[in-house]
Design a protein around this ligand. Structure first.
Ligand code: FES
Length: 636
């Protein structure tokens, strides 16, 4: 059908399918980039906001058929003076990280400030209720919006330091373009001849695949190809550490979790690609899934993953006479702590653009490790690594959830098959189904202390559900074991952490990397012991904190010279006591975390700094990942 409406002051006329949304029309047919696809079709994240007849609305929930005759204004269409104001206010306050969420927030703020010229901070916060930012914690965003409101009332915009130099503030790299939605993410890259990819994912946690039939999808005009396991020319199994994750599950094999990939489709537009994917017929024989690690470890339990036994790894540390120390402890506590699976919910769903090149392919990805991506994609394609070039497009958040290969190999296979560029971007739902999560853990602890509250022993048995694929689950559980006693001096310890396969979604890296869960358990033990000894939460920690020369859980000797734990705790003493004096409910916990990969692995990196001819400039090449944390600003 043909639809006419006003876009940023200009009448437009577009062809639209009945099932398309305004967001798809804006992005796919009209070249609008400020409206991001973060959760379509749920209208929950605020990334796709535009003004429709003056009202800020989520464009991903508006059917294209409803925009006939309406007036749509996106961030691109705001008055240039207003655009400049918001860009400068966000620059001045460093109000953004990855930048994905900011254009939608700017549109919301613009509409809100028209009717609320003197908003309080809490009014601004409430106005942002329909927006999700996963990077910033919102504080700096509110700083930026408070400043914008003040500037609109006549206050001058503070200048931004741009001279650079060591020890001087640096404005965030690409801040202005990010605020205005002009900084391209992978899903914004549109080379000539572009095809769009879509995946067919398993909805069963465990089932044998009996048939994958792409014939109905292939019959759709505009579909360029449907690929399955049979179309992989090289190695079908990938993995960061353990090669146990098939890029496609083959007929005759089992799917091992929801989100396993059965087929990939390329078509002339994204809506058609998804329609074609839905037409790929898959027959399954459902099988009983293993959903608990304990069940997976039972003798005779069926194998979750054919590449490994159900116990992925066992990490163990011990020293001293633990059983004796627990039996002789003046005070002892024991309990089981459990933690849940957590999704990173980075705002940018996984996406990859693959462009075929002579003898190989060039990938533009949002993955967290371009060299890991390159190695694995080259293996899948059956090519030398040098034939695969991978460029990171600074991504819209990752938090560990983009370390594993997601859609890169599928995009590369489709592009090589079609001989044309293919962009494959997941929906929010597909993203949640596919990528690894934070491990749910069961942490069984026993701890003892002397009459003064000094720890004498800790025993910990930790079991982590690593799901259907290893990812970096063995390393996560190694970190849980290595941090099992927190930042405390423990003379006798016996710690074991198991990573176990199940038919649940895979688990892998996420901020804290196994340490958070262990902290939850050991801090719980400290609080329970404090109660028995008659100490407050601060004092029992002071008596146990590690210092220079003490042993960490792993046996590493800390320091010298500096171990910052005691000074950190000391800084909290007065605020903690003051809160208690006021009768406020106040908790206190300590955390410690290794840096880098750790556990003896060398951490190394390389960069190239090229002095350019003529203008005194430099070009810096780095293989590390900008994911909102500010790497590029730091490198500048
Ligand atoms: Fe808000 Fe990254 S800056 S999601």
């Amino acid at each position: 059908m043909e639809i006419c409406f006003l876009l940023n002051g200009t009448p437009v006329r577009v062809q639209a399918d009945a099932e398309e949304t305004l967001l798809e029309i804006l992005r796919n047919r009209l070249g609008i980039r400020s409206c991001k696809e973060g959760c379509r079709p749920q209208g929950q994240c605020g990334s796709c906001l535009a003004l429709v007849d003056g009202r800020p609305l989520a464009t991903c929930v508006i059917p294209a058929t409803r925009i006939e005759g309406r007036n749509v204004v996106t961030l691109e269409g705001l008055d240039p003076v207003a655009r400049d104001l918001y860009a400068r206010c966000f620059e001045a306050t460093s109000g953004l990280q990855c930048g994905w969420c900011i254009p939608g927030i700017v549109v919301r703020a613009h509409a809100f400030l028209q009717s609320h010229p003197e908003p309080t901070r809490s009014e601004l916060a409430r106005a942002l209720d329909g927006h999700v930012c996963r990077c910033t914690g919102y504080k700096r965003i509110l700083d930026a919006l408070e400043l914008a409101a003040a500037v609109r009332r006549g206050q001058p915009i503070p200048g931004v330091e741009r001279s650079g130099g060591v020890g001087r503030p640096v404005v965030r790299y690409q801040a202005r373009a990010s605020v205005l939605g002009e900084r391209a993410f992978v899903a914004d890259l549109t080379p000539p001849g572009l095809l769009h990819g879509a995946l067919v994912l398993s909805r069963h946690p465990r089932a044998r695949v009996l048939r994958v039939d792409p014939s109905r999808a292939l019959a759709l005009p505009g579909v360029s190809g449907v690929l399955t396991a049979a179309d992989v020319p090289g190695e079908r199994w990938v993995g960061l550490i353990t090669r146990d994750w098939p890029v496609f599950v083959a007929v005759g094999e089992e799917v091992r979790c929801v989100g396993d990939v059965l087929a990939a489709v390329a078509a002339e537009d994204p809506v058609l690609a998804r329609r074609a994917a839905a037409l790929v017929e898959v027959d399954y024989e459902p099988l009983p899934p293993i959903l608990e690690p304990e069940a997976a470890l039972e003798p005779g339990a069926s194998r979750v993953n054919p590449r490994h036994v159900n116990l992925l790894s066992r990490s163990h540390y011990s020293r001293g006479q633990v059983a004796q120390a627990l039996a002789e402890g003046v005070h002892t506590v024991a309990g089981v702590w459990t933690t849940q699976r957590v999704d990173h919910l980075f705002m940018e769903p996984e996406a990859c653009l693959a462009v075929p090149e002579e003898g190989g392919v060039r990938l533009f990805t949002q993955g967290q490790g371009i060299f890991d991506d390159r190695r694995q994609v080259a293996e899948v394609l059956g090519l030398e690594a040098e034939a695969v070039q991978v460029e990171l497009i600074p991504n819209g958040g990752a938090f560990g959830g983009k370390e594993d290969l997601s859609v890169q190999a599928h995009a590369a296979l489709l592009a090589r098959h079609a001989g044309r560029p293919v962009r494959l971007a997941l929906s929010r739902e597909e993203s949640v189904l596919m990528h690894p999560k934070r491990h749910p853990m069961r942490l069984e602890y026993a701890a003892a202390c002397d009459a003064e509250g000094r720890l004498t022993a800790v025993r910990a048995r930790i079991v982590g559900d690593t799901g259907a694929y290893a990812s970096v689950g063995d390393k996560v559980m190694e970190r849980a074991a290595g941090h099992a006693c927190g930042p405390y001096r423990v003379p006798a310890l016996d710690v074991e952490a198991l990573a176990v396969y199940t038919n649940n979604p895979p688990c892998g890296a996420m901020r804290g990397f196994g340490v958070n869960q262990a902290a939850f358990a050991i801090e719980g033990c400290l609080d329970l012991l404090a109660r028995k000894v008659g100490l407050d939460a601060w004092e029992i920690r002071r008596r146990n904190l590690v210092g220079p020369g003490d042993l960490f859980t792993t046996g590493q000797v800390l320091g010298p010279p500096a171990v910052g734990a005691a000074r950190t705790l000391e800084a909290l003493r007065e605020p903690y006591l003051e809160a208690r004096r006021r009768g406020r409910a106040v908790g206190l916990a300590c955390g410690i975390k290794n840096v880098g990969i750790g556990n003896g692995m060398p951490d190394e990196g390389q960069a190239v700094l090229r002095v350019e001819d003529g203008d005194g400039g430099f070009t810096l090449f780095s293989g590390f990942t900008e994911m909102g944390q500010g790497l590029l600003t730091v490198l500048v």
